[in-house]
Design a protein around this ligand. Structure first.
Ligand SMILES: [Zn+2]
Length: 112
């Protein structure tokens, strides 16, 4: 164990780590910290869900979106609540579906 156990990385760092599979220093902390590893697992689950909906690799703008939420809404569990509940919200699913359809149209129109 080391002295960083009570010094959790920022949400932003954890999200970047979850999405990009990088940073050895963070990884050491995460491997030793159930709280942070749960958080990362949650982010990855949501990323996979969204990637499946959009049928494409996790887009960069997803990271941007999550970072915007993390920056904008400071109550610490807001992001967790959002990540755990967004897929139960029909409105957000509608938005994701509409986004996927618009993206598909955009891609098709490029090839016509
Ligand atoms: Zn931690």
């Amino acid at each position: 164990m080391n002295s960083t156990m009570n010094d959790h990385p920022t949400d932003e760092a954890l999200i970047e780590c979850a999405l990009e599979e990088s940073d050895g220093k963070l990884r050491v902390h995460i491997e030793q910290c159930p709280q942070c590893s749960d958080y990362i697992e949650e982010i990855r689950t949501v990323s996979r869900d969204i990637a499946a909906i959009e049928d494409e690799p996790v887009p960069e703008r997803l990271a941007t979106k999550i970072l915007a939420i993390a920056h904008g809404k400071r109550p610490e569990n807001y992001v967790m609540t959002f990540l755990q509940t967004w897929h139960k919200n029909p409105f957000l699913i509608g938005c994701a579906t509409a986004g996927a359809i618009l993206l598909l149209y955009a891609l098709l129109s490029l090839h016509l």
